[in-house]
Design a protein around this ligand. Structure first.
Ligand SMILES: NC(=O)C1=CN([C@@H]2O[C@H](COP(=O)(O)OP(=O)(O)OC[C@H]3O[C@@H](n4cnc5c(N)ncnc54)[C@H](O)[C@@H]3O)[C@@H](O)[C@H]2O)C=CC1
Ligand SMILES: NCC(=O)COP(=O)(O)O
Length: 334
């Protein structure tokens, strides 16, 4: 891969800068693909000094990043002009955090970088600065729309070696889930998932297992009606289109080892139903992938971890997995 990956800084008060520094330091032993860090180099330098990480940092552009990467961590400078205290989130950092995402998408959409990899953001910090999107997933779809003029539906997938999961509804309160679950949302989410599992990850006819919303998938409609009235008809329509789908299945029994062997991805009805199993099975190597975009985007599965941002103990494994998966997908797409 000759083009670098575009890595956004994420919330600079979180562990994103530390992860980038550590991932770069381990680049040889982990055979890491080259990345260009988009963020404020002074914040990165300050974090390296604070944590005692001896990492040379060099200003670079997409065209020079891959050659710089062997000897220094290449940074495309986004000037935040701020002092940032690790572990102390501040809405004043939001413009720089957002600018790094914007630039990563711009470079990738214009073919200068191979894929977008995002360090974690704290949603509440960005909301405090007026950011109007639930998270990266929805914001990246909006950036795509601005570039292409086409509105699309982004789909969140979390993947570790043991499991892939897709939540149909994402960052909404639990009480709003039943109303948000519509026939069209389920059908469209599954179509996008199947298409991208095939196109982006090479799983030709993916086997999908779909969780019901209610305990025991509604127990034939006696514990909630949504599984019979919304989920099952959506799956039947998809089976008629030729998709390989099981469900609606009781969510509590579809993640044990033998059950996982029967499918390539689990489709879940809400955030925690999907993310609890994948983070339990593979927190250290889990990757968040956005499907349905015109470019590749991955991210670590974890958040900003403000609680450890001053301690130097953050594990870069999930970011490294996100970088590697982005590079693999980019190679497949090339
Ligand atoms: N892709 C993204 O941008 C994501 C952002 N978030 C955001 O992160 C913020 C904090 O969320 P939390 O629920 O606290 O989850 P978190 O993942 O930041 O932290 C949960 C626990 O795991 C630990 N942890 C996380 N990553 C680690 C790593 N690499 N090495 C060692 N320990 C690690 C933390 O110290 C903490 O104890 C929230 O504002 C949330 O919005 C959460 C998930 C993904
Ligand atoms: N819980 C997953 C998460 O918060 C990641 O969201 P996004 O920022 O990738 O949309």
């Amino acid at each position: 891969m000759t083009k670098p990956l575009a890595l956004s800084q994420g919330d600079p008060a979180g562990i994103g800068p530390e992860l980038a520094l550590k991932a770069w330091s381990r680049r040889r032993e982990t055979a890491l693909p080259a990345f260009l860090y988009l963020g404020d180099p002074r914040i990165l330098q300050a974090r390296a000094s604070m944590l005692g990480l001896d990492v040379p940092i060099e200003t670079a552009a997409p065209e020079t990043a891959a050659s710089v990467f062997a000897d220094a961590l290449p940074v495309f400078a986004i000037d935040a002009a701020l002092q940032v205290a690790p572990g102390e989130p501040d809405s004043g950092t939001a413009p720089g955090t957002i600018a790094a995402i914007d630039m990563a998408v711009k470079f990738t959409m214009r073919g200068k970088t191979a894929a977008v990899v995002t360090n974690p953001i704290a949603k509440s910090v960005l909301y405090g600065a007026g950011f109007g999107f639930p998270g990266h997933t929805e914001y990246l779809a909006e950036l795509s729309r601005r570039e292409t003029g086409t509105t699309l539906r982004p789909v969140m997938m979390l993947a570790c070696s043991a499991l892939k999961v897709v939540p149909v509804t994402i960052h909404i309160p639990l009480k709003d889930v039943p109303e948000a679950l519509t026939h069209d949302l389920i059908v469209e989410t599954i179509r996008i998932t199947a298409r991208d599992l095939s196109a982006r990850l090479g799983i030709v006819r993916p086997r999908l297992a779909v969780a019901g919303l209610n305990p025991h998938a509604g127990e034939q409609g006696t514990i909630g009606r949504e599984d019979e009235e919304i989920v099952r008809p959506a799956l039947e329509a998809l089976r008629e289109e030729g998709f390989d789908i099981a469900g609606p299945l009781p969510a509590d029994t579809m993640f044990h080892r033998a059950a996982r062997e029967r499918y390539d991805a689990a489709i879940c009805m809400y955030h925690d139903q999907a993310l609890i199993p994948v983070k339990t099975l593979g927190f250290e190597e889990g990757v968040n992938v956005t499907l349905g975009l015109p470019f590749i985007r991955t991210s670590p599965d974890h958040g900003t971890a403000f609680d450890i941002a001053q301690r130097g103990i953050a594990d870069p494994g999930s970011l490294e997995a996100a970088l590697r998966l982005a590079a693999t997908m980019a190679e497949r797409a090339a």
